[in-house]
Structures are given as structure tokens and as C-alpha cells.
Ligand binder design. Structure first.
Ligand code: F6R
Length: 252
């Protein structure tokens, strides 16, 4: 899953070295970042002209807080590639004026030319970024209250559930849908229901990832357990095979 996701992102960077990447945190993208780091070291994958925007950050955590997404990105990705600091953007969890900050974040994304490819994980409740169930499918960058389930899920990174911030700054569903391409990655059986509801269920703000169905260019990279409940799974695999065959024939 990670290799496939990394190869899609690398392909984007190679075809447009000044690509704008939307990035995610959490356990799922760790392998993708490792693969991209490997490509940077072994194949010279160049991030020097890339611009990045992260989906979210805990509200109230500064960049030096060990559980902040600033720190996560620095430790797991940015310190190991050649991205330029001035082109890296992560929401400021300590902003004094959160409304103005969120508007500015949206504006910066627009000024950059828009996100070329947005990497996404998915929560067990079907959230994208921190757009918890009930988030408007047209929402923009703002502060959201995390559900108790998300707080419990993320407690593994903190020294106790009570330490997990209850609020986060997150790109909205509308912000995410503005990206030119979306790349959703999910692994493990715990994500199977959320994946099924997002890909095959009705489009509803109760499962914000179902908004992916409204986007013209989405790729879902799933491992076997995460795809287990998809009713059309074998059709999707068949579609991929047919596409590969046509590509191979075109190369002959
Ligand atoms: C984090 C984010 C979240 C995670 C989701 C899954 O930037 O946007 O939506 O992608 O909570 O987290 P993991 O990958 O830890 O299961």
C-alpha cells in the first residue's frame, strides 16, 4: 500500500517538480513517507521545488510539542528530504486569531495554485482530516471539536486520553475537494466499515469521506483487510487489470 501510494506521489513530483502536495499525519501515511524518503536517497527524488500543505494540527499545541503534527512531519518526513522550509505549511495550533488564520491558510493554498495531489487517511468514523461526522461537505479550514472516538483512537500517541486536545484546526471537506487529485490510503480491518461507507455508501455528512464520490479524480489504495467489505471489490480489481493491459499494449 505504501509503495503504491509513494509511487503515485513520486510520479506527480517527477511530472511537475513544483507540485503542491497536501499531506496527512497519523499511522497510515508513515510507510508512504518512508518509501518517499527512500526514493529521495536512492533515486534522487527532488522535493526542492515542492510546496506542501498539511491537513490539520491540534489546536493549542505548539510546533515543539512532541505530539504536534508539526513535530510529526518534521521527524517522519521533512528532516529526511530536501523540501524548503518556506514552502512547508502546517496549521498554526497556537494562533491567537484562529478565524483570520484559517482564512489565510485557504488563501495561501489558492495563491500556490491549488493542491495537485492530496494524501488522505481515514478515521474509523469516516473522517477526512478532522472533519468529524456532521461536518458540512462544503466546509473550509476551521476549528473542529474531535469526537470522543477520535480522542480515544489518538490517545495512543499521548500519555493518557485526558492529554489529547479536544479541538483541531483542519482543512474543510470543501477545501479537500478543491485538490486536483485525491489519494486515500487505508489499512487494516478497523478501517473496513469506513472504507465501505465512503466508497459505496450514500454521500452524507455523517461520513465525510463519502464526499470523495463527488470528486473527479480519486485513487484509493487499500490493503486486503481494509477492502474486505467492498461489495464491488472484484470489479475494482478487474478495472485495474484492464487498465494495466491497455497501458501495456499501448507500450508495444
Ligand atoms: C491526520 C488526519 C486524520 C487521519 C485519520 C486516520 O492528518 O487527517 O484524518 O488520517 O485519523 O489516522 P490513522 O492513520 O492514525 O489511522
Amino acid at each position: 500500500m505504501s509503495k503504491k501510494a509513494a509511487s503515485i506521489i513520486a510520479g506527480q513530483i517527477r511530472s511537475k517538480p513544483s507540485s503542491v502536495l497536501g499531506l496527512a499525519t497519523g499511522s497510515t501515511p508513515l510507510g508512504t513517507y518512508k518509501e518517499l524518503i527512500k526514493m529521495h536517497r536512492k533515486e534522487g527524488l527532488d522535493f526542492s521545488r515542492v510546496t506542501t500543505f498539511n491537513l490539520d494540527e491540534y489546536y493549542g499545541l505548539g510546533p515543539d510539542h512532541p505530539q504536534s503534527y508539526h513535530r510529526f512531519m518534521e521527524e517522519n518526513f521533512f528532516s529526511k528530504i530536501n523540501a524548503k522550509k518556506r514552502r512547508v505549511h502546517i496549521p498554526d495550533g497556537l494562533t491567537k486569531n484562529v478565524g483570520a488564520f484559517c482564512l489565510r491558510y485557504e488563501e495561501m493554498i489558492k495563491q500556490s495554485g491549488g493542491v495537485d495531489i492530496q494524501l488522505l487517511g481515514i478515521g474509523r468514523d469516516g473522517h477526512l482530516g478532522f472533519n468529524e461526522p456532521g461536518s458540512s461537505l462544503g466546509s473550509r479550514t476551521r476549528v473542529k471539536t474531535l469526537t470522543e472516538e477520535t480522542v480515544r483512537d489518538n490517545a495512543r500517541f499521548f500519555s493518557g486520553q485526558e492529554k489529547v486536545p479536544k479541538l483541531a484546526i483542519t482543512m474543510g471537506v470543501g477545501t479537500i475537494l478543491d485538490a486536483k487529485k485525491l489519494l486515500l490510503i487505508a489499512s487494516g480491518q478497523v478501517k473496513a466499515e469506513a472504507v465501505r461507507d465512503s466508497v459505496e455508501g450514500p454521500v452524507t455528512s455523517s461520513v465525510t469521506a463519502s464526499a470523495l464520490q463527488l470528486h473527479p479524480h480519486v485513487t484509493c489504495v487499500l490493503d486486503e483487510p481494509a477492502s474486505r467489505l467492498l461489495a464491488q471489490k472484484y470489479y475494482y480489481m478487474y478495472v485495474e487489470k484492464v487498465a494495466e493491459t491497455i497501458e501495456a499494449e499501448a507500450r508495444i
